[in-house]
Design a protein around this ligand. Structure first.
Ligand code: ZN
Length: 450
């Protein structure tokens, strides 16, 4: 396959008249200043990975915005989430995942790291295939063509003190032996998907014991390791009260943190923790829209960048799925907090450019995916921006990204390729209608039931 871009963002900057040759889903050759050949587009960009998602939560989006009793919080939201997921069958989980993946692709993501913790039937136990739910996520990735880094989650306790799981949490719970079977089954169901990756995910310091944490990181010799860290003040307080140390402080001192790791949220950090965590080489997995929706807090962007930290963005609860909005909010929180503008910009790079390149690079690292740049050897994870749209009129170079992220709309993504699979064309995912029909039927039944 050959693509042509009037302008494209390459690793060393913007280039004009670029021919991109793609073989077996990978970029084989990139030639700037070339004569037009193949299918032509106005602007091609590297398409980032969505580094953190729980696709099933897409089905609850918009349902938790009314006040219940007293002060609503992350914890009241979580109670409703638990009630909701009691109802979900494997078929439901597959239908919801496919819908979320269609929306991810249409918003500009080429792949997703699915942090998957809904493994078991309501009330606990296992399905006859312990990796049944993982297989549904894998099937949704195959159906939609969205690249997948699948992260089966180990979740074994109800709090830092080691209390037993209860209620809705029973569907997540796995002792290490069961978890190993889930992981193995998930890996089997992904055979034949050349660009997919398997990783492991200890849910959080509150849900996994320290002993298990030490053991699970050895279950895979390579591949990504993701964990929620320091999302909520109550979580920090709980860890501090039990272990006498803050979560990030503890993680830096006790876990073998390196480039395999992605720490999700990290919204509750002291400046010292920010510095120390950034220097380990982990990716910070930021989910600004969910962090705002749940009232988590604000990540210290400039502190992290100043310490050389890598980051990417994820859609987490999938309350709304928009790559541009995640990046825009990330910058806007920094502006509101610091009463300053262009906080995440750099000399020679505009805010839009820095956000985009960081998210593409950090997302790829977090996913264990050779991606994040338009360069030979990378998977062809690409998106085309609609240069003919009135909102992009007169923009070139970094201005295109600034206009897209700060002044545009999601529909500016006209085409998207995931490992060379051309899954969004003319702004529509190629199986959007079929997936949406199944999602509608699922959602109607679920909402009637709760
Ligand atoms: Zn999460």
């Amino acid at each position: 396959m050959i693509l042509f871009a009037e302008t494209a963002l390459l690793p060393d900057g913007w280039a004009r008249d670029v021919v991109i040759r793609i073989d077996d889903g990978k970029i084989a050759e990139v030639t700037p200043g070339a004569a037009r050949e193949g299918e032509a587009f106005g602007c091609l960009l590297p398409a980032p990975v969505n580094l953190h998602s729980h696709t099933f939560q897409r089905a609850m989006a918009g349902m938790t915005e009314a006040r219940t009793v007293g002060q609503d919080s992350f914890w009241t939201w979580r109670a409703l989430m638990y009630r909701f997921l009691e109802r979900l069958s494997p078929e439901d989980v597959g239908a919801i995942a496919a819908q979320a993946m269609v929306e991810m692709a249409e918003s500009g993501f080429a792949a997703v790291c699915e942090f998957h913790y809904l493994h078991h039937p309501a009330g606990g136990g296992t399905y006859s295939d312990p990796a049944e739910m993982s297989a549904r996520i894998v099937a949704a990735s195959v159906e939609t063509g969205l690249g997948l880094t699948h992260l089966p989650v180990i979740y074994e306790q109800g709090g830092v003190d080691g209390r037993a799981l209860a209620g809705g949490q029973l569907r997540f719970g796995s002792v290490p032996e069961v978890y190993a079977r889930v992981l193995e089954g998930a890996g089997r169901s992904m055979a034949g998907m050349p660009d997919a990756a398997l990783g492991i995910a200890p849910h959080s310091l509150r849900a996994v014991s320290r002993g298990t944490l030490g053991r699970v990181v050895d279950l895979l010799s390579d591949g990504p390791i993701h964990m929620h860290i320091a999302e909520q003040v109550a979580e920090v307080t709980e860890v501090e009260a039990t272990w006498g140390t803050r979560p990030v402080e503890w993680a830096v001192a006790n876990l073998p943190l390196d480039r395999r790791w992605c720490m999700i949220h990290a919204t509750q950090m002291t400046p010292g923790e920010t510095m120390a965590l950034a220097r380990t080489g982990v990716v910070a997995g930021l989910c600004p829209m969910t962090e705002a929706n749940l009232g988590d807090g604000v990540f210290d962007g400039p502190g992290w960048l100043g310490a050389g930290g890598a980051f990417g963005v994820g859609t987490d609860s999938n309350v709304r799925i928009s790559l541009a909005e995640e990046l825009r909010l990330l910058e806007y929180y920094q502006r509101l907090q610091r009463k300053a503008r262009a906080v995440m910009a750099d000399e020679g790079k505009s805010t839009g450019r820095l956000l985009w390149e960081s998210a593409a690079k950090g997302g790829a690292q977090a996913a264990g995916r050779a991606s994040g740049a338009i360069a030979p050897g990378m998977w062809a994870d690409l998106l085309a921006l609609d240069r003919g749209d009135v909102r992009l009129e007169g923009f070139a170079g970094d201005g295109l990204l600034d206009a897209f992220l700060f002044a545009g709309r999601d529909g500016l993504v006209t085409d998207l390729w995931s490992a060379g699979r051309h899954i969004v064309r003319g702004g529509r995912h190629i199986v959007r209608d079929r997936v949406a029909a199944r999602f509608r039927a699922t959602i109607r039944r679920l909402r009637e039931a709760i």
